[in-house]
Design a binder for this molecule. Structure first.
Ligand code: BES
Ligand code: ZN
Ligand code: ZN
Length: 514
C-alpha cells in the first residue's frame, strides 16, 4: 500500500531590497499605506485609479490595477493597531488567491516591516511567519480526486519575494523558515482530513506514522494492534472498534532531539530543561455513531473525526526541523465507529485501561471512551503536560461557532500559555469551565461512570468532564475540542471548503515557546 501523501510543491520565498522605482514582473503587491513611497510617475497613476475606483483602506479589500504590462495589487489593511494575527494571515491568503486568479507565477510584496511591526506590536520575524502561512494556506486546494485535466489547470505561485529593508534580513529569513514549516504541516493535516475515510483507515494512519519515523531519526514509532490492546486492557478502544471490520490501532510517536538521546535519556524521568509533552489526537476515522446511528446529515462529514489525529501527524511531519527542546510523545487511538452485529450496544459496560468501568449510553459518544484509555496510558511516559485535540462534541460548535475551539484545562499556567499561543498563531481558542457540579451527571447506577449525561445542555463541558478522571493525577492537562474549526463548510480566504488542519499552528507555537 502506498502511504505517502502527495504534497503540492510549495512556493519558494526570497528577500529583495526595497525599491519602488520600477514594477517587477508577475503580480506586485503594495499596501495602500505605502503608495506614497513610489516614484512620482507610478504613484500618480496608482493614486488616480484608487480614487476613481473609490477604493477603501479596509482589511480584506484588494484592487487590481494594470499599468501597461504590469499588474499591481493594492491591498487595504484598515487600522494596523487593530489587526490580529488571524487578520494578518487572512490578508496574505487573499493575495495568494488573487495571484492564482490572474495566473501570476511570481508575487512581489512591498513590506515596510519596521513600521508594521511597531504598530502591530509584533516582531518582524513573527509578521513574516504569519505572512508566509497566509500565502501557503490561501493557495491550498485539494484536487487529488479531480480529473487530471483539472489538476493540470491548477495555477501555481512559484515564487514570493518580500521587498524589505535588508537590515531585517536575518529575522525575515527566520520568519520564512518557520512559516514554511508551519504551513507545510497544516497542509499535511488538511490532506489527511480531506481524504475519504475508506482511505484513511486506522491501518493507513499507522502506516503514515511509521513512514514519518522512517524518514527521520529523531522520531520513533510503535503501533499497538488489537492483541496488544487486549493484553493492556484497553477496553474503551476495543469496545468502540467492535462494530468495524477495520482493526483498531494505537499509534505511539516519540520525538526526542539528538542531544537528548545522546544524554542516554532512556531513563524515563524528565530532566528540568527537557520536558515530556504528550499530545493526544482523536482518531475516529469514520464516526457513523455506531448503533446510536447518526442521521444522514449528521454523518455526511464524519470522515473529519480523525482531525485531531491528522493535526498530530502534521505536527510530527515537521517537528524535528523546528528543534524543540522537549521530548514529545504523540498518542493516536485510531478506530472506525460502525454499527454491525458485533458492535458495542447501548447499555454495554467496558473496562478502561485505568480499571474504571464505563456504561455506554450512546455509542455516538465514542471519542471520550477511546480517549479515556489513552489519557490514562499517557502516564507510562511520565508526562509534564498532556494536551489532547479532539472533534469531541457538536455542543462545542453550538457554544462557540465553527471558527473557535473550546479549551478546558486543569492548570492556569498551561491555559494562559495556550491562549497566548492561540493569539500568536491565529488559531482561535476560548476557554470553557470544567464545572465540578456537573460531574454527577456522569454517574452511573451500575458502573463507575456513564459516557453521556441525560441533560441536553452543556454537552461540551460534560464531554471534557468525562475525560478528567482518566488524566494522570497532578499532570497539567488541556483538552481542546476542535469539532467546530476542524472543518469549514464554505470557502474562505485561508481555507477552501473541507479540512482546515486546525491545531497544527497552535501546537507548534506552544512548543516553540517551551
Ligand atoms: N464526532 C462527534 C462530534 C462532532 C460533531 C464532531 C459534529 C464534528 C462535528 C462525536 O463523536 C459525537 O457524536 N458526539 C455527540 C455526543 C453526544 C452523543 C453526547 C454529539 O456531539 O452529538
Ligand atoms: Zn460520535
Ligand atoms: Zn466522534
Amino acid at each position: 500500500m502506498s502511504v505517502r501523501l502527495r504534497l503540492a510543491a510549495l512556493m519558494k520565498f526570497s528577500i529583495t531590497n526595497t525599491s519602488h522605482t520600477f514594477i517587477p514582473a508577475g503580480l506586485f503587491v503594495v499596501f495602500l499605506h505605502e503608495v506614497t513611497s513610489f516614484e512620482p510617475k507610478i504613484r500618480k497613476q496608482i493614486e488616480k485609479i484608487v480614487l476613481s475606483e473609490q477604493f477603501e483602506d479596509k482589511q480584506g479589500k484588494t484592487l487590481l490595477i494594470r499599468i501597461e504590462q504590469n499588474k499591481i495589487l493594492v491591498v487595504g489593511l484598515g487600522k494596523l493597531e487593530e489587526l490580529t494575527m488571524h487578520d494578518w494571515q487572512t490578508v496574505f491568503a487573499h493575495m495568494a488567491r488573487k495571484a492564482k486568479e490572474v495566473n501570476a507565477k511570481t508575487l512581489t510584496i512591498a513590506l515596510p516591516i519596521e513600521a508594521f511591526a511597531k504598530k502591530m506590536l509584533m516582531i518582524p520575524e513573527k509578521l513574516i511567519q504569519g505572512a508566509v502561512e497566509g500565502l501557503i494556506l490561501g493557495a491550498y486546494e485539494f484536487l487529488k480526486h479531480k480529473h487530471t485535466d483539472e489538476q493540470k489547470k491548477e495555477k501555481k505561485i512559484e515564487e514570493v519575494m518580500f521587498c524589505v529593508d535588508t537590515k531585517f534580513e536575518k529575522e525575515v529569513q527566520k520568519g520564512i523558515d518557520v512559516g514554511q514549516r508551519t504551513g507545510k504541516a497544516t497542509l499535511f493535516a488538511r490532506d489527511l482530513v480531506n481524504e475519504p475515510s475508506s482511505v484513511t483507515t486506522p491501518t493507513f494512519l499507522s502506516l503514515i506514522a511509521q513512514s514519518l519515523a522512517k524518514d527521520n531519526q529523531d522520531i520513533s514509532c510503535e503501533i499497538l494492534g488489537k492483541k496488544d490492546m487486549e493484553i493492556l486492557g484497553m477496553g474503551g478502544i476495543l469496545g468502540i472498534a467492535k462494530g468495524s471490520d477495520e482493526e483498531p490501532k494505537l499509534i505511539v510517536l516519540r520525538y526526542s532531539s539528538k542531544e537528548e538521546r545522546s544524554k542516554g535519556s532512556s531513563s524515563r524521568t524528565s530532566s528540568l530543561n527537557n520536558k515530556t509533552i504528550v499530545l493526544v489526537g482523536k482518531g475516529v476515522t469514520f464516526d457513523s455513531g455506531g448503533l446510536s446511528l447518526k442521521s444522514q446529515e449528521g454523518m455526511e462529514t464524519m470522515k473529519i473525526d480523525m482531525a485531531g489525529a491528522a493535526s498530530i501527524l502534521g505536527f510530527f511531519s515537521v517537528i524535528s526541523e523546528l528543534h524543540p527542546r522537549a521530548t514529545v510523545i504523540g498518542l493516536i487511538p485510531a478506530v472506525e465507529n460502525m454499527p454491525s452485529g458485533k458492535a458495542i450496544k447501548p447499555g454495554d459496560i467496558v473496562t478502561s485501561y485505568k480499571g474504571k468501568t464505563i456504561e455506554i449510553i450512546s455509542t455516538d459518544a465514542e471519542g471520550r471512551v477511546i480517549l479515556a484509555d489513552v489519557l490514562a496510558f499517557a502516564e507510562t511516559f511520565h508526562p509534564d503536560t498532556i494536551i489532547d485535540l479532539a472533534t469531541l462534541t457538536g455542543a462545542c460548535i453550538v457554544a462557540l461557532g465553527d471558527e473557535v475551539a473550546g479549551l478546558f484545562t486543569t492548570d492556569r499556567r498551561l491555559g494562559e500559555h495556550l491562549l497566548t499561543d492561540s493569539f500568536m498563531s491565529g488559531e482561535k481558542l476560548w476557554e470553557l469551565p470544567l464545572v465540578k457540579d456537573y460531574e454527577e451527571l456522569l454517574r452511573s447506577p451500575i458502573a463507575d461512570m456513564k459516557n453521556v449525561s441525560k441533560k441536553r445542555y452543556g454537552g461540551a463541558i460534560t464531554g471534557a468532564l468525562f475525560l478528567k478522571p482518566f488524566v494522570p493525577e497532578g499532570v497539567p492537562w488541556a483538552h481542546i475540542d476542535i469539532a467546530g474549526p476542524a472543518w469549514q463548510e464554505k470557502d474562505s480566504a485561508l481555507c477552501p471548503e473541507g479540512g482546515t488542519g486546525f491545531g497544527v499552528r497552535l501546537i507548534l507555537e506552544y512548543l516553540k515557546t517551551q
